[in-house]
Design a binder for this molecule. Structure first.
Ligand code: SF4
Length: 402
């Protein structure tokens, strides 16, 4: 008898309510979001309590889960407001909170029955650490990015706890949560949500021979991309595959959710990948802004090849979002809320929730009064001729004009 394959969940970042909806509609099984406090992305839009409530309903109605990050390292004065927030999260049906501080673990246990996931900030890398967190009440560990998929499988089996791993996105050059470069260079505390990505900057190296000075991105890591490692994640029983990037765009949230969920569904049905599909998915992953990709330590320990040190390695074939489709029918045409301007005659791509990209040419653009438009403006609604299969909430993109 064929043993069913256990497929990991695709866990997407949602920096705003809009992005949550995009990620869920494009196939994410779960999203992680931040409230106004206690998370590590102070520069992300973050959710108000009303937005958290709405996001929770939107996701749950579509069978997706919502995890709320509470992974900042807190001082006693910060803890005072936590119980109320935790009770609120419990009341709205939060599926889990992502935590790195033992004091926060304790507060969540005392004031709610919400599942506790241990953040990658805690740098759990081994079985003993996983067992201890389990004893402290955790139901899942988000392992440090330094752990390989094989090691993660062993931790999962021996500690008998759910395991989440990063599969895609920007990387820290330091062990996550153990970096203070931003604190010293920018006065911004990376462990309390203020990372200024100082490791991505260009630095100059002064050797013993002071004549020799080299400028480069010594500490900047390439971006993680684990598409071809999916079979190993499945084989090792990893429960959740996390995509980094709450600060990234709607197009990023949609593309990543779509590619990884489609790839996993294909694998579940066939037990293998086809090269043509892998190339197609890789092409899609290449259409979002990124540094050169690396598998980092997913298979073998990351080495010098994981350092992104040449500016020209950035993606050249960059695409940007034109805007979401607001309405689509033979009568209304395709109504787009323009976020980035496009011109009459431009070639556009519409990203369906599943299946192949729909290519359209904006040979005719009208505003809502049916007046012809030659160049659109951001924050306006325009319509282009209808194309079969397009529906509301699909994202429209265009190759960036460099
Ligand atoms: S500066 Fe770089 S290594 Fe340090 S926390 Fe920020 S992203 Fe990570």
């Amino acid at each position: 008898m064929k043993v069913p394959i256990k497929i990991p969940e695709v866990l997407a970042p949602a920096g705003s309510l809009d992005k949550l909806k995009v990620a869920v509609l494009y196939g994410a099984n779960a999203v992680y979001v931040g409230g106004q406090k206690f998370g590590l992305r102070t520069a992300a839009e973050n959710f108000t309590q009303d937005e958290l409530r709405e996001g929770m309903s939107f996701a749950h109605e579509r069978g997706a889960k919502v995890y709320v990050v509470l992974n900042s390292f807190l001082h006693d004065k910060d803890l005072a407001e936590l119980p109320d927030f935790v009770r609120f999260l419990d009341e709205i049906g939060t599926d889990a909170v992502i935590v790195s501080d033992l004091g926060v673990v304790q507060a969540v246990r005392e004031h709610s029955s919400i599942q506790i996931h241990i953040s990658t900030q805690a740098s759990a890398l081994n079985i003993q650490s996983a067992l201890l967190w389990k004893k402290a009440g955790a139901s899942r560990i988000v392992l440090g990015r330094e752990v390989s998929v094989k090691e993660a499988g062993k931790i999962r089996r021996e500690a008998d706890i759910e395991i989440e791993m990063f599969i895609h996105g920007s990387m820290c050059m330091a062990y996550s949560g153990h970096c203070v470069i931003s604190n010293f260079t920018q006065g911004r505390d990376s462990n309390r949500g203020g990372c200024a990505h100082s490791c991505r900057f260009e630095y100059s190296l002064e050797g013993l021979d002071t004549q020799e000075k080299k400028k480069a991105y010594f500490m900047s890591s390439k971006d993680l991309e684990g598409l071809r490692v999916l079979p190993a994640f499945i084989e090792e029983g990893i429960d959740s595959l996390k995509i980094e990037g709450r600060m990234k765009s709607h197009l990023y949230a949609g593309t990543m959710s779509k590619v990884y969920s489609e790839a996993l569904k294909f694998y579940a049905g066939h037990g293998h990948f086809l090269s043509d599909d892998l190339f197609k998915w890789e092409e899609e992953l290449g259409k979002v802004s990124h540094r050169a990709y690396t598998q980092a330590s997913l298979v073998e320990k990351a080495g010098a090849e994981s350092i992104f040190n040449e500016r020209e390695n950035s993606t050249q074939d960059e695409w940007q979002m034109v805007g979401p489709v607001i309405d689509a029918s033979p009568k209304a045409g395709i109504v787009i809320e323009v976020r980035n301007a496009f011109n009459q005659g431009d070639e556009l791509e519409i990203l369906p929730f599943s299946g192949d990209v729909i290519e359209v040419c904006a040979h005719e653009i009208m505003d809502l009064t049916m007046k012809a438009v030659v160049r659109t403006r951001p924050s306006t609604l325009v319509r282009i001729p209808y194309v079969e299969g397009v529906q509301s909430m699909y994202l429209v993109r265009q190759r960036s004009k460099v």
